[in-house]
Design a binder for this molecule. Structure first.
Ligand code: SAH
Length: 374
């Protein structure tokens, strides 16, 4: 980190302990950490010379060794319902998306953790695009920094706050866990973005070893993309199930939840695909499966895209599914589609990957390595 020819430290992505040890290496006292973090995450400076309460010497050490680099915004779209979507460029040159969903009492930022995804869930557009690259901690938390700044500048009053962050943009966060953990820590840290741990939600398709590791490092909220009540069906829809079947996944979730303390549960996400997983038989199986599993359930009616091969169920079958779960005692919400007109809804994020054509040998190699990891 301190040698002249090593790359500059991407300082926006350092969690508090990482910042402390970086400053320690430069011979600085621990209290510097809070000064520097406030400049970076509260006052949004983009140049070390603006950090007026730190010495000129440290400022120039920073200039040499570190950089403040937000993801670059390529474009912004605004939906008629107020949802906003930004296309941003990663350091590796490819593009990824971030979505902001304002609601009456809260504002949710949906962040990406990877460009593309290796998991190939059958109903997901990001999955169709394949895996391109991991985002760094700085690029992940940078999405929050950029959007917070833009919203502050563009809007006033209602609909401006970011109260919640969900890892439901592009990618599988638990396959990029080393970068996701410091980013999550910064999101929840008062010296970072101060978002409540209940309101930062990591969503996973079911990377069981990742859930186990998460337990040792964070108490953020967890959501799992279950989408099917049996291994037979889940094997088809969410192929990672063949490696980590439902029983293992639910076990890992129970274990994670045991760490969260009272009144906090894991969220089960269940996409509704017409004729595939939305029938009476499926809801009965789901109730049976989740017996004694404390959770809340989010139903997500399928958001279509050309060539998907799936259909969104009718409103009445969605309601039927919800009512059955509510009768069985589960707090069950139906996620309303937001930002559909700008392709910002769940599963519609494709990042319009700038260099998809460059998915050459290098990317293929990474994809194979990632597949081997899971
Ligand atoms: N890889 C993570 C997070 C990204 S996807 C995960 O699988 O949880 C965020 C959520 O959107 C997941 O529940 C995912 O299954 C769901 N989703 C994907 N494609 C969708 C689509 N076309 N319509 C509705 N939801 C979709």
């Amino acid at each position: 980190m301190t040698s002249n020819d090593s790359p500059k430290c991407d300082i926006l992505g350092l969690s508090q302990p990482q910042m402390m040890s970086f400053l320690g290496e430069l011979g600085e006292k621990p209290y510097r950490t809070s000064q520097v973090m406030k400049w970076l995450h509260h006052r949004f400076v983009d140049d070390f010379s603006q950090m007026t309460d730190i010495s000129k010497k440290l400022q120039s050490q920073f200039q040499q060794m570190a950089e403040i680099r937000e993801p670059e915004v390529i474009s912004e779209k605004c939906s008629v319902d107020g949802t906003r979507k930004w296309l941003m460029r990663s350091r590796s040159g490819s593009a990824f998306e971030t979505v902001y969903i304002p609601e009456e009492s809260r504002g949710t930022l949906c962040v990406s953790s990877q460009v593309g995804c290796v998991l190939d869930c059958k109903f997901c557009l990001t999955g169709r695009q394949g895996f391109n690259s991991n985002l760094t901690s700085s690029e992940i938390v940078g999405q929050l920094r950029v959007v917070k700044r833009l919203l502050d500048a563009q809007l006033s009053g209602v609909g401006r706050k970011i109260t919640n962050v969900v890892f439901m943009g592009m990618g599988e966060p638990l396959l990029n866990i080393d970068e996701v953990i410091p980013a999550v820590s910064l999101m929840m840290d008062d010296l970072g973005y101060g978002i409540s741990k209940r309101k930062v939600t990591i969503s996973t398709a079911g990377v069981v070893p990742g859930i186990r590791r998460l337990k040792e490092t964070t108490d953020a909220s967890l959501a799992i993309s279950l989408h099917a009540p049996s291994d037979e069906l889940r094997d088809q829809l969410v192929p990672i199930n063949r490696k980590y079947p439902i029983a293992l996944l639910l076990d890992a979730c129970r274990d994670y939840a045991s760490n969260l303390g009272e009144k906090r549960t894991v969220t089960i996400e269940y996409i509704l695909l017409d004729g595939i997983n939305d029938r009476a038989q499926h809801v009965h199986e789901l109730i049976e499966l989740l017996q004694d599993f404390p959770c809340k359930i989010n139903l997500i009616p399928f958001n279509g895209f050309p060539g998907s091969g799936f259909k969104r169920p009718s409103t009445s079958s969605v309601r039927y599914f919800q009512e059955k779960l509510v009768q069985a005692g589960y707090a069950t919400m139906v996620r309303t589609t937001r930002g559909g007109d700008i392709d910002a809804a769940c599963g519609q994020l494709a990042g319009e990957v700038a260099d998809v054509t460059r998915r050459s040998a290098r990317y293929k190699k990474i994809e194979i390595q990632m597949a081997a990891q899971i």
